[in-house]
Write a protein that binds this ligand. Structure first.
Ligand SMILES: Cc1ncc(COP(=O)(O)O)c(C=O)c1O
Length: 370
């Protein structure tokens, strides 16, 4: 059996992409807010059910720009969680702000809203929630806390393409949400990402920040960066928009197979998404509890021995990174749920073309540990 990866990129038919590339070559317009860029930006408003979309060359630069666009005071504190990808706290730090790490909820694994207020100081400027694996943060409670303390709210929605809460696009919660369109994400533009937001006043600011702050040939309004998505990326996105739903349907079948076959296995917990939330089908995480016969790390190695690559996502926690662990606040931080779950979560292979043979093998390995 060939190596099984934790995910595979969604790819359109190559001939369709070649046709797109030909058009781009003929137009001789490769980047700088071209035709494909505009088309993708507009289409995504409907897909994500949001009033404003700004495309970016990747999700990290998008998140970096989101923090910048909100004019948070230099040196201020942003409350987030260490149960995320490195980009989340790094974007805070690159903005000259300080990531303050809060614990997570055991079920949805997002920021623990009952603990956020413990971390609020006069220096706090924002909350940056991460919708981990597609599980949305408790957006209502976060909004309530933010209003009470006059804080901005940013969401890292890298895993929540197309997610809705009670029919409302997840990108409409908080001040700004970032989506990643990296090759490993359900919907990809090879590399790429976007910001979504309700406030029309942010359109101009984000447009400028993404383009070196340049407004016109002679006017530079902001200290911007180069965050522009190019036409080849946008073309990939337009084609993948036609097929991402079919991929989600295939992943739904795989999810049902996993759910049905894993549910009864002693020592494995399946985190549940609430009924009012649509699944983005980005990841399939399982939690290996103490009463499972082997540890998560051992199980990961066993899968590797069978050429099945799973992911200890998110291990290590960001608070374990060399660049954060020596911070006094990090050393003193009380993060029991993160420190427990970082050793227990395993993301299983999850993509539409997984065969029944492979799925049976994966479940067989999970059941076979004694
Ligand atoms: C939670 C999270 N935040 C941020 C990112 C960064 O996005 P990108 O790779 O598009 O820069 C990723 C994934 O790559 C992610 O998983």
């Amino acid at each position: 059996m060939e190596k099984i990866y934790v995910t595979r990129p969604l790819l359109p038919e190559i001939d369709e992409y070649i046709t797109e590339i030909k058009e781009i070559f003929e137009s001789q317009w490769l980047t700088n807010m071209g035709k494909k860029h505009s088309e993708l930006e507009n289409t995504l408003k409907d897909v994500l059910k949001v009033p404003n979309v700004s495309l970016f060359n990747n999700g990290t630069i998008a998140l970096l720009t989101a923090i910048k666009a909100l004019d948070l005071p230099y040196g201020s504190e942003i409350i987030t969680t260490p149960f995320t990808f490195a980009a989340t706290p790094h974007c805070i730090t690159w903005n000259g702000c300080k990531p303050v790490f809060c614990d997570i909820e055991p079920e949805r694994m997002t920021i623990d809203v009952n603990r956020i207020e413990e971390f609020i100081t006069p220096n706090t400027s924002a909350i940056l929630g991460v919708h981990v694996y597609g599980f949305p943060c408790d957006v209502e409670k976060i909004e309530e806390i933010a209003k009470k303390h006059n804080l901005k709210v940013i969401y890292d929605g890298a895993h929540t393409f197309s997610t809705e809460i009670n029919g409302r696009g997840i990108g409409t919660f908080g001040d700004i949400t970032m989506f990643s369109f990296h090759a490993t994400k359900l919907f990809n533009t090879i590399e790429g990402g976007c910001l979504t937001y309700n406030d029309d006043n942010l359109v101009r600011k984000i447009y400028n920040l993404r383009n070196f702050g340049i407004r016109s040939q002679e006017i530079v309004e902001e200290v911007g960066i180069n965050g522009k998505m190019n036409e080849l990326q946008a073309a990939m996105g337009l084609l993948n928009l036609k097929i991402y739903k079919a991929e989600q349907e295939k992943r739904d079948k795989i999810k049902n197979f996993y759910d049905k076959n894993i549910e009864g296995i002693k020592g494995i917990r399946l985190p549940k998404m609430s009924d009012n939330v649509t699944n983005s089908y980005q990841y399939y995480p399982i939690v290996i509890e103490e009463d499972y016969p082997v540890t998560r790390n051992r199980l990961y190695d066993i899968f590797n021995e069978h050429d099945i690559l799973t992911r200890k996502y998110f291990y290590p926690a960001c608070t374990d990174y060399d660049c954060y662990k020596n911070d006094l606040a990090v050393k003193l931080a009380d993060l029991p749920v993160v420190n427990d779950l970082k050793n227990k979560v395993l993301c299983l292979p999850f993509y539409g073309s997984l065969t029944e043979e492979v799925l049976n093998k994966i479940v067989g390995i999970l059941k076979g540990q004694k």
